[in-house]
Design a protein around this ligand. Sequence first.
Ligand SMILES: Cc1cc2nc3c(=O)[nH]c(=O)nc-3n(C[C@H](O)[C@H](O)[C@H](O)COP(=O)(O)OP(=O)(O)OC[C@H]3O[C@@H](n4cnc5c(N)ncnc54)[C@H](O)[C@@H]3O)c2cc1C
Length: 560
Amino acid sequence: MDAVHDVVVIGAGCAGMRAAIEAFDTGADVAMISKIHPVRSHSGAAEGGINAALGNASEDDPVKHAYDTVKGSDYLGDQHAIEILCNEAPDDVYQLEHWGAVFSRTPDGRIAQRPFGAAGEPRTAYAADIPGHVLIHVLYEQVMKRDLKTYEEFFAWKLVVDDGRCQGVIAWDLVNGGLHTIGAKTVILATGGAGRLYTGTTNAYACTGDGMSLALKAGVALKDMEMMQFHPTTLAPTGVLITEGCRGEGAYLLNKDGERFLVRYAPNAMELGSRDVISRAEQTEIDDGRGIDGNVLLDLRHLGAEKILERLHGTRELSMTFAGVDPIYEPIPVRPGAHYHMGGVDTDVWGRTELEALYAAGEVACVSVHGANRLGGNALMETITFGKRAGKHAADWALSNTTVTVPESVATDAERELKELLDRSEGERPWRIRDELAETMHENFGVFRREELMHEQGRIVEGLRERYERVVVDDKGDVFNTDLTQALELGFLLELAECMVVCGLARKESRGAHARPYDFPDRDDESFLRHTVVTWEDDAPRLEWKPVTITKWQPEERTY
Ligand SMILES: Cc1cc2nc3c(=O)[nH]c(=O)nc-3n(C[C@H](O)[C@H](O)[C@H](O)COP(=O)(O)OP(=O)(O)OC[C@H]3O[C@@H](n4cnc5c(N)ncnc54)[C@H](O)[C@@H]3O)c2cc1C
């Protein structure tokens, strides 16, 4: 073993850093591992904000927040977890403020809150349109202040499981090369999402679902993997996100005839309907010939230059740079893009997985507070509240359990496997497989899902996995071998795609992000008010089901 810590956190985005801080403050020896510099984590790209019922802009309370979240989840969210999130959110946000988060303000100096999709009250605290940037830097300051050990630019490749519990991780040192075995009494996965499964995605290149695959391979279940959220406003062809904050500030969505088409899909909430509803409405307009070059239009012009420059400055920059459009004068062409994985590693409300001493928090996890559809602003809150809880529990557990044993064979097996891959001199380069995966996922497992196309996607992924067996890594070097890490990431993505297809086929209903308008257009609570749960057996996903926890809110028809 190259090092041993009480708690090792894999990932240094908002969830990872919040978990590490809590574990450290509980008294544990903590280290973080991150394949990129912490402040480059995808959390830093969040543009909209973070939801907590502070009640600064209206009469709000955690019960209303919880109800909106349950309804938004299309009743698939676990209500006990949602209640914890909504109850703890206000204090957790004030703590971020006290740590130095510069939130935008009301005229009398309180934290300002903007309306967001499917939220009954203006509840999203923001810092202009760069809240992710603000939070990630505030958390990083707290990490620096504690002098927390960070293995920066280390790529976690495998979990160490021995004696029925997780005891560490095997990671590749990106800067110098070489595998390292880092022992840990508890490990927290905080590796974020897997948007890179799709071509048009808002997600950074690092969002390749590594932690989900690591858990799966360690025998841990993934939950609700069919639930990939499509965000209604992304730029073509890059997938760059145009924040929901635009609609929060009052922007309109128009079709090619200049019609506010949402009047036919979400007549009450209009542009502030939930993401699944609006993405479907847009896709229908586009498919029925009422779009423009595969897009609809997001019109901010009536907001006026002053408001756009003050509150949506970054959005203006993005649309000028990536779409050549200045939203002060012209509407922005937008379309649905893959954005957020509601599914992930199955955990309880303390971030515990089924494997002793392994935890997960943030987008990699599925606790599940988002169910079949996440509300904008709830993901950042989840990273903070459940990052904190996982950090606390993992530290307490580590401090009361003393031994870490990693058998020699774990390291030698990993070395051998890596050598085999690097020694291969002939075969296919990974990028073609990666592009085919992302393009076909978009076509066959997108906003709308058809039985035959999902089957087709299953066959495609199987074929890609066979080709992946013979993949060749050209770069044999030690220093910043991204050729190698991208090949490993592709392996993760292929396994996750297979899980998603299996779950998608099994869910024979339409719920949240999983829309099957052609064969099962309705929600079917009788048969499917339950989570899909997959484990990995004999090199394939094995599906089971798990009940949804209901506390206060019985399923109702969901309209906006
Ligand atoms: C463009 C965009 C805008 C968004 N805006 C909002 C918003 O306004 N409000 C909101 O609530 N949500 C928003 N979301 C969603 C939200 O930001 C994310 O779900 C959340 O920030 C994820 O945080 P995380 O800590 O779980 O993961 P990330 O921030 O993605 O961090 C993952 C970490 O894991 C590390 N990692 C990954 N794999 C490995 C590996 N193999 N080895 C070592 N380290 C690894 C990475 O280095 C990184 O440090 C947005 C998402 C996107 C993409």
